[in-house]
Write a protein that binds this ligand. Structure first.
Ligand SMILES: Nc1nc2c(c(=O)[nH]1)N[C@H]1C(S)=C(S)[C@@H](COP(=O)(O)O)O[C@H]1N2
Ligand SMILES: [Mo]
Length: 333
């Protein structure tokens, strides 16, 4: 008799080990007692225009056509291929991690409340000149292409998806950092009025991540504006996210509003929450377990099998050289 084990990604959320299980009891009690504790304490980054977007039922009236829709589908760059089937679009766009909209995987509907136009992106810190630019003008200054990449969440689920976007190196050229810049800190929007998760004040909002300049200049580091040949949707990090396919998924920050060039290694959302479990480098390695679970295998979304995790998530040839001089730093967490 054949026994069917439901893959972990298909289990109800409570049975999965989410990244947040370390939230302490006190925080949970606080949450139970004061569901909206913290509401309104932080200045929403996009205050003003969501008021009229939050019409009937709190939902945003469905966006007019995306102002960059004519740029899709962009030509595929065949240099980036994955020898595995693409994940179903319906799964990749409905099974998400986006804590701003809740800790479950089913945040796609809730995330539609995020106003993604107008949207500005700020470049500051160690740059020739600080600037804030409109997302549509920024995207139109870049050359879009499609790349099929693996994505590996630290929780062990994985997917293979066609992102559309442009190399992070092109964005760096646009930002014009000064020679002393060694890291880029990337920051997500802060808008607790629409992002219910951001009313949970025990999290260190906004979500932040960072890379070294050397990592940023690696051709694999990719700024994402589209998915499956269309502008990317809110749940996947519209209007601008990053894909760093050799690192655990939490490094691939969504809905970015700020790039800060700095000479100090930035901390991150997950480093601030659990420094013993999440580090700056977070490179995928099957032989280095997370403190609470193994990383040896992964579970492709939509599949029934577990498959072996690959070193650097299959991108060792492209990126291993970035880490050869780091000595005994913990480059795999
Ligand atoms: N701002 C923000 N970015 C985020 C997250 C998040 O909660 N907030 N989750 C991360 C994690 S853990 C993963 S695995 C990926 C998930 O991307 P996807 O939902 O498009 O698959 O987004 C990453 N980027
Ligand atoms: Mo993740």
């Amino acid at each position: 008799m054949q026994i069917h084990h439901k893959p972990r990604w298909a289990l109800p959320e409570r049975e999965v080990t989410p990244e947040a299980v370390f939230r302490n009891r006190r925080a949970l009690l606080k949450a139970a007692g004061f569901g909206i504790l913290g509401a309104g304490i932080a200045a929403p980054a996009q205050a003003g225009f969501f008021d009229n977007l939050l019409g009937a039922g709190g939902a945003k009236p469905d966006a007019e056509v995306d102002p960059t829709a004519d740029l899709y589908p962009a030509p595929r760059n065949e240099a980036y291929q994955v020898m595995r089937p693409l994940t179903d679009e319906s799964l990749a766009t409905s099974y998400n991690n986006f804590y701003e909209f809740g800790t479950s995987k089913r945040i796609a509907a809730e995330s539609q409340k995020l106003p993604i136009r107008p949207w500005t992106v700020t470049f500051d810190g160690m740059v020739e000149e600080e600037k804030t630019v409109d997302i549509d003008s920024l995207i139109r200054q870049m050359t879009l292409e499609e790349r099929v990449y693996r994505h590996r969440c630290v929780e062990t689920w994985s997917m293979v998806v066609p992102w559309t976007g442009f190399p992070l190196a092109d964005l760096v050229a646009f930002a014009k950092p000064t020679s002393g810049a060694r890291y880029i800190r990337m920051e997500t929007f802060l808008n607790p009025d629409v992002a219910s998760g951001q009313r949970q004040s025990w999290y260190p909002w906004p979500y932040v991540e960072g890379v070294t300049m050397e990592e940023a200049m690696n051709p694999l580091a990719f700024m994402v504006t589209g998915l499956y040949g269309k502008p990317i949707e809110e749940q996947n990090g519209a209007p601008l996210r990053i894909a760093l396919p050799w690192k655990y998924g939490f490094k691939s920050v969504k809905s970015i509003v700020r790039f800060t060039f700095t000479d100090k290694q930035p901390s991150s959302f997950w480093m601030d929450i659990a420094p013993s479990e999440y580090g700056f480098w977070a490179n995928v390695n099957p032989e280095v377990p997370h403190p609470r679970w193994s990383q040896a295998m992964e579970e492709p979304l939509g599949g029934n099998d577990r498959i072996p995790t690959l070193l650097y998530n299959g991108y060792a040839e492209e990126v291993a050289g970035l880490y050869k001089d780091l000595g005994d730093q913990k480059i795999f967490f």
